[in-house]
Design a protein around this ligand. Structure first.
Ligand code: ING
Length: 309
């Protein structure tokens, strides 16, 4: 019996600062209803899918900053997503800013969750690779203060879900080969990841014209090199005068893009994903147990930066 998962990559157009959670939730629910009508099993939303990408601003007032976070999930405004999942028999991945009260105080994460067809949370992921900077940098056209507003996560986990092995990542994670390999070493068959990526990267404007190419390059490589499906979903378009890339796509274990969005607005890209297609890569070219030479890889986990000989 083939293990087919019908995936809806649910791209969002821009979310402006003035857009209420309620208005955004309506857009997400619209995606869920359309995906259900198309016979989908899982809907994948972007990173920080409930608000505008607020790390583009230097926000000093903690109360103002906290407005962008969710202190409970589900909470009153997000509960309709979980109700719809149960009603429609539709799982989902959702990126959001998490305010996590622990015994030693508040912790802030750039978070994603995986929710099952029963509307229950299967797993939670805290973004590991936080790009940008942690202090105001006036030279930038806009800030990228993820290192200020979030703590880094500490692991890439996988979960049994939807008949296969699923993993999660967020945005900048997709640029690092380690992200895919750590999940690949756990047998991952589908990695879900959302992103908010500005076209312009202030430290390297010469890369701007390549932003869509780099977006697909890293996800296609990650898929092929680990024999896994990869679903990358954008929050795209012009958000608060910051243009963000689209490029939402569903990538097979071969590395081929099998479905993609062609706008920068709210759009579904849908594909019938056969999880068993992973095997022909995992059992041959990327049979890790047979071919990896871990005695030669020490530097990868023992050394952070470059040390020339
Ligand atoms: N955004 C961007 C990303 O990795 C970035 C940051 C943009 C890094 C362009 C490098 C080049 O896609 C987030 N949110 O990580």
């Amino acid at each position: 019996m083939p293990r087919i998962v019908n995936i809806a990559a649910a791209q969002l157009g821009p979310i402006q600062r003035r857009d209420s959670r309620k208005e955004v939730i309506e857009r997400l629910l619209n995606h869920m209803y359309n995906a259900a009508k198309m016979g989908c099993d899982v809907v994948v939303f972007p990173e920080l899918a409930l608000t505008t990408f607020f790390p583009r601003w230097y926000i000093e007032d903690p109360e103002e900053l906290n407005q962008f976070y969710e202190s409970e999930m589900p909470g009153p405004t997000t509960q309709p997503l979980f109700d719809a999942a149960k009603k429609l028999g539709l799982g989902f991945y959702l990126g959001y800013a998490e305010l996590n009260k622990q015994s030693d105080g508040y912790h802030r994460y750039n978070t994603s969750i995986l929710v099952g067809k029963d509307g229950k949370i299967i797993g939670k992921y805290h973004k590991v690779h936080l790009p940008g900077h942690d202090e105001y940098e006036p030279w930038r056209r806009f800030q990228h203060l993820e290192k200020r507003y979030f703590e880094a996560g500490s692991s890439f986990d996988v979960w049994s879900a939807f008949g296969g092995i699923f993993g999660m990542a967020l945005c900048n994670d997709r640029r690092w080969s380690e992200t895919y390999r750590v999940m690949g070493l756990q047998g991952v068959e589908m990695i879900l990841l959302g992103y908010n990526t500005p076209v312009h990267n202030p430290p390297a404007p010469e890369h701007d014209d390549l932003s869509l190419f780099h977006n697909h390059l890293v996800m296609q490589a990650g898929a092929y090199q680990n024999g896994t499906w990869v679903v990358g979903v954008a929050k795209a378009g012009n958000e608060e005068d910051c243009d963000m890339i689209g490029g939402t796509c569903i990538i097979a274990p071969s590395g081929e893009i099998v479905a993609a969005c062609s706008t920068k607005g709210d759009e579904l890209a849908i594909a019938r994903c056969d999880l068993d297609l992973c095997q022909s890569y995992k059992s041959t070219t990327f049979n890790f147990e047979k071919h990896r030479q871990i005695h030669a890889y020490g530097l990868i986990s023992h050394q952070r930066g470059v040390k020339t000989p």
